[in-house]
Design a protein around this ligand. Structure first.
Ligand SMILES: Nc1ncnc2c1ncn2[C@@H]1O[C@H](COP(=O)(O)OP(=O)(O)O)[C@@H](O)[C@H]1O
Ligand SMILES: [Mg+2]
Length: 259
């Protein structure tokens, strides 16, 4: 079992979108993939379950507080090899709990019963709810930093990389920083090109790989709103937008480093 997370300490920067599409890209390669929603707003759950409210679904909090079996609360999309562990407001309580120092590995322990059942687990988190990011990074084997060409995202890039390296040093030596994945870049816009260039310079000075890039497209958002990944579309645009996710999934399943 491999645990992957998309992490940057800024909200609204493509983490959930990347998680959904990577889930399908890994599933397509025959990898049994579980998406774990850790966001108390349940964004990924709302998209995948096509619901505006996910309060009726069981979450990791219920596994912890009520002793439910984790394998009983999953939603399986067998056709696509993708399962979902939903989230809702109740999960905020679990997140507060696991964010305490001595609970750092509780999340990992909770996921352990699924080790045989899944090849990949993707953790879709939120930045800075207490120490959640640290917990998630302590649990992960691979972390990909999504990069949207925005000032507030660029400003967080350096501290994001520092946090990842600190967690690796102090808590999780096996954490691999796979690289930076440019998302929602419009090459026709000067501003986007400038941020992409600044990111490239930073990646180079930090010795980080730049992963396949996703261009900005309303199509991705519309697909997600319909509970779908872009991989499920056979249109020219769908195939083109799925390419970076398929490529990244291939790189990651071939194992080792992408560089
Ligand atoms: N490649 C893209 N092109 C256009 N919009 C995108 C792209 N990737 C993500 N978005 C949109 O950006 C917004 C934030 O993305 P999201 O994945 O929800 O971020 P996060 O999980 O980091 O908060 C969403 O509305 C999403 O649909
Ligand atoms: Mg999100």
């Amino acid at each position: 079992m491999n645990i992957l997370t998309f992490y940057i300490s800024k909200g609204g920067s493509g983490k959930t979108t990347c998680s959904l599409n990577m889930g399908h890209a890994l599933g397509e390669l025959g990898q049994r993939t579980l998406l774990v929603d850790l966001d108390p707003q349940g964004s990924l759950s709302k998209l995948m379950l096509k619901e505006s409210d996910t309060i009726k679904y069981m979450t990791l909090f219920d596994v912890h507080a009520r002793g439910l079996a984790i394998e009983d609360i999953l939603f399986d999309d067998e056709k696509h090899n993708v399962s979902l562990l939903p989230s809702n407001e109740r999960n905020a309580r679990l997140i507060n709990l696991i964010s305490e120092q001595d609970k750092l590995f509780l999340l990992k322990d909770m996921l352990e019963p699924l080790a045989e059942e899944f090849d990949w687990i993707i953790l879709d988190s939120v930045p800075s709810i207490n120490e959640l990011s640290k917990v998630v990074l302590s649990c992960a084997d691979h972390v990909v930093v999504p990069f949207m060409p925005k000032k507030l995202v660029y400003d967080q890039l350096g501290s994001t990389i520092r946090t990842i390296r600190q967690v690796k040093k102090f808590y999780n030596a096996s954490l691999e920083l796979t690289g930076i994945m440019p998302v929602a870049i419009d090459a026709g816009l000067k501003g986007d090109r400038e941020y992409a260039e600044a990111m490239r310079t930073l990646a180079e000075s930090e010795g980080l790989d730049i992963l396949p890039s996703v261009r900005r497209a309303a199509f991705i958002e519309k697909a997600a709103d319909n509970g779908k990944s872009v991989l499920q579309y056979k249109s020219k645009e769908g195939i083109e937008l799925a390419l970076p996710f398929r490529e990244l999934a291939r790189l990651m399943t071939e194992g080792g480093n992408t560089g």
